[in-house]
Design a protein around this ligand. Sequence first.
Ligand code: F6P
Length: 342
Amino acid sequence: MNISILTGGGDCPGLNAVIRAVVRRARISYNWDVIGIRNGWKGLIEGEVEPLTMYAVSGILHRGGTILGTSRKNPTKSDDDIEQVRDNIRRYDIHAILAVGGNDTLSSALFFHKKGVPIVGVPKTIDNDILGTDFTFGFNTAVSIVTEAIDRLHTTAESHHRIMVVEVMGRHSGWIAVMSGIAGGADMILIPEVPFDIKKVCDKLMKRHERKKFSIVVVAEGAKPVGEDKHFTQDDKVDEFGNIRLGGIGQVVADQIEDITGIETRTTMLGHVQRGGVPSAYDRVLATRFGVAAVDAVNNKDFGKMVALRSENIITIPLEEAVLANKEVDMELYEMAEIFFG
Ligand code: F6P
């Protein structure tokens, strides 16, 4: 039996831990061969595959990124690409596909599952915005990186009596902003789920300034002001999948805060620093559990499913449920964070 694995979408710490776990579970427990598909769905269209031996995955547990490479290619957009995927599944004698990715990658997995391809999904994203799983791996690492950045910004903000705006990732959901904001003691957190009123934000910051002469504002890249339905973007560039490229709302917010409050305000955009580097211990363990469970799902012929963390257990849920929508920030958590605003 040959199973294959691909990693699609934005990279994320823990992907290599999944790949290693899949190969070891498949080889040791089932004596199956594992085929690595390069660069996400693109590799399956173009026939870029390689055998993944135990030797190939040795020593990669702690490494960030993905040894397989990734892309944001949507394989379902053209009939030619769909046909190529089918041809390559036959050509390389692939009996099952493990698709590791976020909402875009998992939607494509569902598409091919409906066409009869045996597929199991593994949820991955630093954004933690996939429905049906308590957490995705990569999120814990990203939150630690942002928290450390907020800690560093605190000391310089305090010394210079400035407002520091930190822009973090989070296209549809503000999980990274909320969790790192709580952990880092942010004085304001702006997220996509809750449109912000800049005047109210400034009122809170000015009130705080009577007491404390500095503030930290965390802004998720997908945050929008009240009444605006489009994301702020610096240009109209889109990624390969068709998602508009975000980034820059932090600077807009900082400029408005400085204008309204008269307090010097600086911006830090953390960008891809949040996605790079070694995974945390938590993410290594979660990724390993997902990898092992995904191979077991293939053994159980549990196709069209995604492995997921529910309480302390790893379960499988229908891919349909996972890709229905983006998992939004728990409003109870956000309301709790608000206690510390201003
Ligand atoms: O992985 C999801 C994500 O982190 C989003 O929050 C962000 O908009 C996007 O990736 C950026 O990805 P890229 O590296 O393709 O610009």
